[in-house]
Write a protein that binds this ligand. Structure first.
Ligand code: PEP
Ligand code: MG
Length: 548
């Protein structure tokens, strides 16, 4: 038996056999055609038919959106124009693999040049090309493996396209060698409540298909070749944890009864019903920019009033925290960010962009005030990317002028934490966006895989900034919430509460795990864990110290 460790996502546990995701294929070489063209064309045609049949059977099994994606890919595999092009290339001397690869490459480039929906399908063609070449080569096709037995999927990392074909009935857990807590795999695992351990160095070399393993997301460990007793214990633990996660929905609280309201992060009023069903006690972050990502001109007050009213009506008597448009960097809005910037994450974004187009901000705040006055929800409005007290005072004054009752700031820029005492005097509340706070504290682009190891909200530098904000909140009697991904990590949620955070907001699918974990500690214990975590020298050490 041996164990490897990484970053756990969620608090689940699973024991099963491992299936590894095949590595992407190396591109074919330039060796000359090895057999007559007719023979090779027949081989390619056979491979195309096999791939199409396989995609169609997976489509039928998948259903829903994945079915459509797979059926479209099967059609691409059968396109007669492709076979014609492959033949022409072989007649020109290319070997079968090279001719197939290049024919798909040319098809792909054509789709990209068409733009729009067709361009979005281009990556599906790459997947089909890889599958056909894998058949010709006689090796396993890349992509998520299929199995009739439940399994633990081990991969270098998962791409968004892989997740569409993941069979959630059979996949019990995910383990990746790369990727951090904000990677696509981690987000998927959280949204599907799958146990996952990411960033497990050396896992690909350490395991083989069919080997047995126990994946424990709570401890971030992957145990290889466990004994029968260890597997039985893991199964029992799994049942207990699943029972806790599906326990009756109660309001968020610690073991000693301390209330920690659990709120939802939403991007559309349409997501409200599901959040309520999963026990969200309100909304901790409504990302208004998600409503307007495709808009070419600023939305009207009327249109916005309608959207915000629809949202607030879903939460009568409840708190709903709405964020003013956060435009720029990973979420550009064409009507707010029109200049080219070399470093948009450090540019005219968030409150800076709103201030530069103040009428757009005024219209949004007016629409929010209309919705506030038309409904029974308790509306709080906050501004993104606030850097200091001057920006806080500007936003609070404008919000009040336009009739808003509760106005606050998001803490995403490290300077706001350093100045937490001043900012909390001026704002009604602060909500910490740990995704950006981590990005800026660690100088690590949150969209860049190569620096994902720095993008870890467990880093003691980030935790110490949260502590400054928590202390300022306690000193001023103002609420300090967290609405970044960190709140969805059950073990970290406990530490955040120990640092003085008063509410936690997350994607609704994470609520059950966080609710269950909070119930296992008292406030005193949460504070002890937090006190240990901030003494750490690294994110990994903070995790370990918090666990005790
Ligand atoms: C954050 O930065 O943590 C946050 C909640 O905002 P977003 O992820 O939308 O940037
Ligand atoms: Mg942010």
């Amino acid at each position: 038996m041996s164990a490897l460790s990484g970053v756990g996502v969620g608090r689940g546990i699973a024991a099963a056999k491992v299936l590894k995701m095949p590595e992407p294929l190396a591109p074919p070489g330039d060796a000359p055609l090895s057999a007559p063209v007719d023979e090779e064309a027949a081989r390619v045609q056979g491979a195309l038919q096999d791939v199409a049949a396989e995609l169609l059977s997976r489509a039928a099994a998948a259903g829903g959106e994945a079915q459509q994606v797979l059926e479209a890919a099967a059609l691409m595999a059968q396109d007669p124009a492709i076979l014609d092009d492959v033949r022409t290339r072989m007649e020109g001397g290319a070997n079968a693999e090279r001719a197939t690869w290049d024919a798909y490459g040319a098809f792909r480039d054509m789709l990209v040049s068409m733009g729009g929906y067709m361009a979005e399908r281009a990556t599906d063609l790459d997947d089909v090309a890889q599958r056909v070449v894998a058949r010709l080569r006689g090796v396993a096709a890349p992509g998520v493996p299929a199995s009739d037995e439940p399994f633990i999927l081990v991969a270098r990392d998962l791409a968004p396209a892989d997740t569409a074909t993941l069979d959630l009935e059979k996949t019990l857990a995910l383990v990746t060698q790369d990727g951090g807590p904000t990677s696509h795999t981690a987000i998927l695992a959280r949204s599907k409540s799958l146990p996952a351990v990411v960033g497990v160095t050396g896992i690909l070399a350490a395991v083989a298909d069919g080997q047995r393993a126990i994946v424990d997301a709570r401890t971030g460990s992957v145990e290889l070749d466990p004994s029968d007793d260890a597997v039985a214990a893991a199964q029992t633990e799994r049942e207990e944890r699943l029972a806790a996660a599906s326990a009756p929905i109660t309001d968020g609280a610690l073991a000693d009864g301390t209330k920690v309201p659990l709120l939802a992060n939403l991007g559309s009023p349409k997501e409200a019903a599901k959040a309520v069903e999963l026990g969200a006690e309100g909304v901790g972050l409504f990302r208004t920019e998600f409503l307007f990502l495709d808009a070419t001109s600023a939305p009207t007050v009327e249109a916005q009033t309608a959207s915000y009213t629809e949202l607030l009506q879903a939460f009568p008597g409840r708190k709903v925290v709405v964020r003013a448009l956060d435009a720029g960097a990973d979420k550009p809005l064409s009507f707010l960010n029109d200049a080219h910037e070399e470093n948009p994450a450090l540019g005219l974004r968030g409150i800076r962009a709103l201030r530069a187009s103040e009428q757009i901000l005024r219209d949004q705040l007016a629409a929010l005030a209309n919705a506030q006055d038309a409904t029974d929800a308790e509306l709080w409005v906050m501004a993104p990317m606030i850097a200091d007290v001057e920006e806080t005072e500007y936003f609070v004054a404008l919000g009040r002028e336009l009739g808003l009752r509760t106005v606050g700031a998001m803490a995403e820029v490290p300077s706001i934490a350093v100045l937490a005492d001043q900012v909390l005097e001026a704002a009604d509340f602060v909500s910490i966006g740990t995704n950006d706070l981590t990005q800026y504290t660690m100088a690590a682009d949150r969209q860049l895989g190569s620096v994902s190891s720095f993008q870890d909200p467990w880093h003691p530098a980030v935790l110490r900034l949260v502590k400054l904000l928590g202390e300022a909140g306690a000193a001023t009697g103002k609420p300090v919430g967290v609405c970044g991904e960190a709140a969805a990590d059950p073990a970290l949620a406990v530490v955040l509460v120990g640092l003085g955070v008063t509410t936690l907001s997350m994607s609704p699918s994470a609520l059950a795990d966080v609710r269950a974990e909070l119930l296992t500690v008292t406030l005193e214990e949460a504070r002890e864990r937090a006190a240990r975590a901030i003494t750490a020298r690294s994110a990994a050490e903070a995790r370990g110290l918090a666990a005790g």
